[in-house]
Design a protein around this ligand. Structure first.
Ligand code: G3D
Ligand code: MG
Length: 174
């Protein structure tokens, strides 16, 4: 029995304000579970998962999730080092988190450069009756941050969670 070897290894980041659902998205993607309450994210928590692309290419993703809190700023360079792609996550029910993706975009390209890949993720799409942003605003931000695509997800139901990570993996091998 031989272990499966990935064709590629990439480090990817989850960026976005506190409580938008970054840790929940990683938990759903890596462990296929959603917990109503997580311990507050302290610093970094890399997790790993393989994805198989349509053409059979196997990609190992090392997924780094950082707390949004400013007090963790001192470890930022370690967090960003070597990353070529990011999911920029905001909360569809909180307008301010969409606006702040500009700031996260800037920090990402300042640290990782422009030869990188971004997907804009609007999370908590299951909370349909309290959505606070329009598709138009989201598309404008998508263009502004040069994101390849805007995807609505729910870490609660799992909607488009697999798609988001797989799409980013696909961009990385192109
Ligand atoms: P963060 O890692 O970006 O800080 P978390 O965010 O993953 O810790 O999630 C913050 C809160 O939002 C958590 O609730 C979590 O359960 C909830 N959440 C995350 N994703 C979704 C989603 O897709 N839908 C819904 N309805 N809730 C979500 P608590 O209550 O633990 O603070
Ligand atoms: Mg977190």
């Amino acid at each position: 029995m031989s272990r499966i070897q990935p064709d590629y290894n990439f480090k990817i980041l989850l960026l976005g304000d506190a409580a938008v659902g970054k840790t929940s998205l990683v938990q759903k993607f890596v462990h296929d579970k959603f917990a109503e309450s997580y311990l507050m994210t302290i610093g970094m928590e890399p997790s790993e998962r393989f994805v198989t692309l349509k053409n059979g290419t196997i990609v190992a993703l090392s997924i780094w999730d950082l707390a949004g809190q400013e007090r963790f700023r001192f470890i930022r360079h370690t967090f960003y080092r070597g990353a070529k792609a990011a999911l920029l996550v905001f909360d569809l029910t909180r307008d301010s988190t969409l606006k702040n993706t500009k700031k996260w975009y800037q920090e990402f390209i300042d640290n990782c450069g422009k030869e990188t890949h971004i997907l804009l993720i609007g999370n908590k799409n299951d909370l349909q009756n309290i959505i606070a942003v329009s598709d138009d605003e989201c598309q404008k931000m998508n263009t502004h941050i040069k994101s390849f695509d805007f995807i609505k997800t729910s870490a609660l139901t799992g909607e488009h969670v697999e798609d988001a990570f797989t799409k980013l993996a696909g961009l990385l091998v192109m």
